[in-house]
Write a protein of this length. Sequence first.
Length: 362
Amino acid sequence: MKNREKRTERRPGTSGSPRSGRPRPGGPAKGEREAGSVAGGRAAAEPAPQRPLIQRVGERPSERVPVILESRGAGDFHLIDSGNALKLEQYGPYRIVRPEAQALWQPSLPPSVWEKVDAVFTGDTDEDGIGRWRFPKEALGETWPLSLLGVDFLGRFTSFRHVGVFPEQIVHWEWMKQQVESAGRPLKVLNLFGYTGVASLVAAAAGAEVTHVDASRKAIGWARENQALSRLERAPIRWICEDAMKFIQREERRGNHYDIILTDPPKFGRGPNGEVWHLFEHLPLMLDVCRELLSPNAVGLVLTAYSIRASFYSIHELMRETMRGAGGVVESGELVIRETGIDAGAVGRALSTSLFSRWVRE
Ligand SMILES: C[S@@+](CC[C@H](N)C(=O)[O-])C[C@H]1O[C@@H](n2cnc3c(N)ncnc32)[C@H](O)[C@@H]1O
């Protein structure tokens, strides 16, 4: 895993500011905040310093494509039905209707089922469009308890139609849980763009040492609430409120390593100091740095990509190029959720949710 490759002069981004800062073992460095101690609002946009890409040598890892990772739900979640650009989901006690552009077909279940729901998100149907929640039966609170893969957390009606968890990730979380439990040593997991922390909690509950990074103080606050709900306060989780690109480059300079890295970036996002994240612009460097962060016995590097105009091949080939010389296998394809009807026992249609590519040691 140790790199013997050269750094090229090709810079993936427009800003090529030189490296700054020296490696610091442990503890937050300049610009990085252990979540909970953050203050202040968003500053003016600040480009994250970027290093050149490393020119990789060696064989590309072998490949498995296409791989469709399918979830039929778990714990308190399942997909009941979909159609007419909507999906009907069960989250614990609540049935929820949300926009779903991929559901081009007609619903399987009759309107009477779709009408008897607890919450409906209406408004902008863009992935991150602002809209509002309507509660046809009775007004509901902002949060409610949920459980998945042995972890307790809060479902949450957010203004961006999200509900505090991305259940299509369940397949990756199950894989990670199994890796952590069977490793025979404590694995170090890095969860980038970690949102409300469900993946971090699943990893910690399985016995991993976790570093969770997200730019949103609010999301990290929710993640900490979830940590308490899951009774994992004593678990070794570092909550970092920081721009993901800045954080990983600092980790690289410090020489820190991880056994599993999960990265689930949005198409577009901002760090706490206004740092801009553009998937198409920054993903090559993100993977490049993540490779350097993998420990010599690393188990996997898992990338998910949502709502982008790309084939899974684009992230697949990028992953294989990045992992040249590392051995292992890169498998890529789509994450889908299967409709399972009202009682979670049926086998309905598969709803595609995202692209993924993962390097695994095997
Ligand atoms: C798609 S969600 C991740 C979902 C999460 N992995 C899960 O499965 O629950 C995107 C997250 O990325 C965070 N984010 C956006 N831009 C960021 C940046 N530049 N650095 C770090 N996190 C960022 C957002 O705050 C948000 O929580």
